[in-house]
Design a protein around this ligand. Structure first.
Ligand code: LLP
Length: 456
């Protein structure tokens, strides 16, 4: 399975790595350190000790890495830059992003509730969603969220109805403008097709998201919201897709958004998320700063006023590289003349991305991080279907054997957040590591959890 997401983007690949090259160190979290015995330590903790203590599969996040990525985003984009929580959400990560100065972008009631449960002030929450229910909008309005990004004419009607009555004051001041009106943005589709997997492209004309600039729907939405006296229209929003490597796509989207926005003179523009991250040895991605600089410049060239607040909502680029998933090898099956299957104790239930998007990952042994990886195997999970593949052509050390802890790096985004209980496999625990200590932030699911919803 090729890395569909990476391979199709232009300008992403460095020189192809030697097939048996060890794992590129830059795919590991910031605090990764290889000790003299060849073991991988992250956050000052030996990954093999973590596997021993907490079991596998296990998501291990480097807290320092998360904090650094958040700070970089704040430096690059400034006030209002929001972490796209769909990439990975639990209370610990919401708190951390808030502590580091980011706002939080949510797209369902569930995400909103987790973020509020973490203690994030509602004024720093941005609410998205292409089909927000009355219940969701009501909860957002009651909480007094910072921004609501409007996605459809039906939603405008719903908002009109829900804002037509006074709401009790929230404990937190400053949530609405002086007239107590919620601040809203219009989500527009700039008609830009990015080179990424079709399932995660969102800027094109044929999409369920937002209002098209080209068709005139975006202008109509702006006019409708300007006429709605119970909300305050503060800006425009566009998100062109995810795992985008080519800055030119962001520039093009910013140009279309900027040209549409300039005559309106609204104070805010949000360009969504989407910055790609390297998953494979040979992949290279732009930095947060490069993305921000290119976007700003394109907006300015399009005539956007220099005082406009231009921000973004990075998800993957904040959390992906922070985590490693640890598995235990359970079986090694050599099919002569065909291939070798290495089966681990997780699979598509903790990482559905290879199955969904053909995404590629590297694999390595935390006991021998710098070892050559001459053997090509297919790493599969324990689920009852042939498609349950984690790494189609994994390069691994020749002595990999049953009982080994096998790791996949760059699993911090859209892994745990898309995890399932397929085959009644309990979801893994999530551990944050920092300064030599490990903190379980989400415990492993149990059989009791699996039975919790059953009523007879
Ligand atoms: N803002 C909006 C409105 C979004 O829809 C998304 C992602 C983001 C921000 C964050 O984008 P990021 O920086 O993470 O690319 N499950 C897919 C990715 C789906 C992205 C959905 N929207 C995957 O595993 O590749």
């Amino acid at each position: 399975m090729a890395n569909d997401l990476g391979a199709r983007a232009s300008g992403v690949s460095g020189p192809p790595a030697a097939p048996d090259a060890p794992l590129a160190r830059r795919l590991l979290p910031d605090t990764a350190l290889v000790t003299r015995d060849g073991h991988l330590h992250v956050g000052g903790v030996d990954l093999l000790d973590l596997a021993q203590e907490y079991g596998t599969p296990l998501f291990v996040y480097d807290e320092a890495h998360l904090r650094t990525r958040c700070r970089e985003a704040v430096v690059a984009w400034g006030d209002g830059v929001a972490y796209g929580t769909k990439a990975f959400l639990c209370k610990a990560v919401a708190r951390l992003a808030h502590e580091e100065g980011m706002w939080l972008d949510v797209s369902t009631l569930g995400e909103l509730q987790v973020v509020l449960a973490a203690g994030v002030p509602p004024s720093h929450v941005v609410v998205h969603g292409n089909n927000k229910s009355e219940l969701e909008l009501d909860a957002a309005l009651d909480a007094g969220v910072g921004r609501i990004v409007v996605d459809s004419f039906d939603e405008i009607a719903r908002l009109g109805k829900l804002t037509d009555r006074p709401r009790p004051a929230t404990p937190e001041g400053g949530r609405h403008d002086v007239n107590g009106r919620p601040k809203v943005l219009v989500r527009v589709t700039p008609g830009v097709e990015v080179h990424t997997h079709e399932f995660i492209r969102t800027g094109q004309e044929d999409t369920k998201f937002g209002f098209s600039v080209a068709s005139g729907a975006a202008s109509k939405a702006v006019a409708a919201l300007e006429l709605l006296p119970t909300v305050e229209l503060v800006g425009l929003h566009a998100h062109i897709g995810s795992q985008v490597f080519d800055v030119a796509h962001f520039e093009e989207a910013a140009r279309v958004l900027g040209e549409f926005a300039a005559p309106l003179g609204l104070p805010e523009l949000v360009v969504g998320g989407g910055l790609g991250v390297p998953y494979l040895n040979e992949e290279v991605a732009p930095t947060q700063q490069e993305w921000a600089d290119a976007t700003r410049q394109a907006c300015m060239l399009a005539g956007v006023d220099a005082r406009t607040r231009i921000t973004a909502e990075p998800g993957r680029s904040i959390v992906a590289g922070a985590a490693i998933t640890l598995y235990t090898v359970g079986t090694v099956k050599d099919l002569p003349g065909i291939r070798t299957y290495v089966a681990v104790d997780g699979g598509m239930s903790d990482n559905p991305r290879p199955v969904l998007y053909g995404s590629g990952y590297e694999a390595f042994l935390p006991r021998a991080v710098d070892a050559a990886r001459p053997k090509v195997v297919r790493v599969v999970g324990k689920h009852c279907e042939t498609g349950d593949v984690l790494v189609d052509r994994a390069h691994v050390p020749a002595d990999l054997s049953v009982g080994d802890v096998l790791a996949t790096p760059v699993t911090g985004a859209y892994g745990y957040s898309m995890a399932s209980n397929y085959n009644k496999v309990p979801r893994p625990a999530v551990v944050f590591v920092r300064d030599g200590t490990a903190n379980v932030v989400v415990r492993r699911e149990t059989v009791e959890d699996l039975l919790r919803l059953e009523t007879s």
